[in-house]
Design a binder for this molecule. Sequence first.
Ligand SMILES: NC(=O)c1ccc[n+]([C@@H]2O[C@H](COP(=O)([O-])OP(=O)(O)OC[C@H]3O[C@@H](n4cnc5c(N)ncnc54)[C@H](OP(=O)(O)O)[C@@H]3O)[C@@H](O)[C@H]2O)c1
Length: 124
Amino acid sequence: MLQMMKCVKDYIAGLSSLEKRDPTDEENIQGKIVILTGANSGIGKATAAELAERGATVVMACRNLDLAKDAIADIRKKTDNGDLIMMELDLGNLASIRSFVKEFKRQYSELNILINNAGVSVSW
Ligand SMILES: NC(=O)c1ccc[n+]([C@@H]2O[C@H](COP(=O)([O-])OP(=O)(O)OC[C@H]3O[C@@H](n4cnc5c(N)ncnc54)[C@H](OP(=O)(O)O)[C@@H]3O)[C@@H](O)[C@H]2O)c1
C-alpha cells in the first residue's frame, strides 16, 4: 500500500516510479487478478504499470480501447512483467457493465483485487 501511494505521488513524473521501487516493502501480488477501472491514463495508468511490474494480471477496464492499447504500449516500454489485458467498460452504461462482467467471468474464475479508480474530479 505504501508503495502504491509512492507510485501515485510520482506519477506526474511519468512512469519513472518503476525505477525507484523498493522491493522490500511490497506485498507479493505475483499472478493476482486485478480489475482496474480507468487504467488508460493518469493514476490508473501509473497503477497498472506498478501492478504489472509486480507480476499481477491487470484487467484494464476502459471505455476507449484505443487509449488502452496506447497505455499498454507505453507501459511495455518500461516493464515486460505481468499481464496487461484490456477489456471494454463504460461505467456510465449499464449494458456495458453487464457485458464487462459477463466477459470477465467467462475468462477468469476469480478476482483478487478490485480498484475503482475511474471517475472525474469536480471543483466546487
Ligand atoms: N488527480 C488528482 O489530483 C485526484 C485527486 C483526488 C481524486 N482523484 C480521483 O482519482 C481518480 C483518477 O484520477 P486521474 O487524475 O488519474 O484522472 P484521469 O487522468 O482523468 O483518468 C480518469 C480515468 O477514468 C476513466 N473514466 C472516466 N469516466 C469513465 C467511465 N464512464 N467509464 C470508464 N472509464 C471512465 C477515464 O477514461 P477516458 O480516458 O476514456 O476518459 C480515465 O481513464 C478519479 O476517480 C479522480 O476523481 C484524482
